[in-house]
Design a binder for this molecule. Structure first.
Ligand code: DGL
Length: 280
């Protein structure tokens, strides 16, 4: 089983990338919606959230865990690897940095990210380690996560935010733009709509890069429609509606998780509410 976690619906863009290539991998997805957005929180607090989610997933039987969250990958990957093993934990940020360093022809790379990821400095340092000539422009986009969580993927407010945040990257002449937050791939149509057509650009979704490298040895489900179990620390009904809206998949139910003294546990629910997302 593969475990994923994020602060919210960002994990669904990673799930989408996995399901597109490996529809039969058993996957657990946590959305820590009790704490979304992570972006403006202290990095130490995010590190604690990330380590607790890793622990829950490994205790639940995960063979591997992906930090489907860039800030968590920036601040907690090394600690999680020290605890659970280097090959057992992967981060979307590291995959995104590698993909961008490889894809860019000019070395002018733009990264859209949350404030926390920008503060961590992880994208520029990872990209420059692989490609010392790169010129990396990072832009914090604090309004993007609330827009995505609210399902506002288009409309005047979203278009205006996309235009505002892309302006420095257009100005810098970037040929690659990284979705440095897993919520942002859902905004790609809005971002593309305001990018000047005469300036060639590739948008990088780090989850796609990670999905290409998925361990082929992970446990598979016999039925591709029963391979995903969904958890939220927020409102389970709301998350169910979000899964249906973002993935076009029917989520029959979502299990709620509770935080208690820094640890996660499953909210006791009747057995009939045990949930599998069909077609996710
Ligand atoms: N989706 C997360 C990321 O990739 C964090 C979003 C947030 O809660 O600020 O960084």
């Amino acid at each position: 089983m593969l475990g994923l976690f994020d602060s919210g619906v960002g994990g669904l863009s990673v799930l989408r990338a996995i399901r597109a290539r490996h529809s039969d991998v058993l996957t657990w997805v946590i959305a820590d919606q009790a704490h979304v957005p992570y972006g403006e929180r202290p990095l130490e607090e995010i590190r604690q959230f990330a380590l607790a989610q890793c622990r829950f997933l490994f205790e639940g039987g995960a063979e591997a865990v992906w930090m489907a969250c860039n800030i968590c990958s920036a601040v907690a990957l090394e600690d999680a690897r020290a605890i659970h093993g280097a090959s057992a934990v992967q981060g979307v940020l590291q995959a995104g940095a590698q993909a961008a360093a490889k894809l860019s022809r000019t070395g002018r790379i733009g990264v859209l990210a949350t404030d926390g990821t920008v503060r961590s400095g992880a994208y520029p340092s990872q990209i420059r380690r692989l490609r010392p000539d790169a010129s990396v422009t990072t832009v914090a986009c604090p309004e993007f996560v609330p827009l995505v969580e609210a399902g506002r993927l288009d409309g005047p407010q979203t278009t205006a935010a996309a235009r505002r945040r892309l302006a420095p990257l257009i100005e810098a002449g970037c040929d690659v733009v990284v979705h440095g937050c897993t919520h942002y791939p859902f905004l790609e149509p809005a971002l593309r709509s305001v990018w000047p057509p005469e300036l060639p650009v590739r948008f990088v979704d780090p989850a796609q890069a990670l999905a290409r490298r998925l361990d082929p040895g992970l446990r598979r489900g016999s039925d591709p429609h029963t391979g995903t179990e969904l958890f939220t620390t927020g409102d389970a009904d709301r998350f169910r509606v979000q899964v249906e809206a973002f993935l076009g998949a029917q989520a029959e139910g979502v299990r709620r998780l509770c935080w208690n003294e820094g640890r996660l546990s499953v909210d006791p629910v009747p057995a009939s509410d045990l949930v599998w997302a069909r077609g996710a």
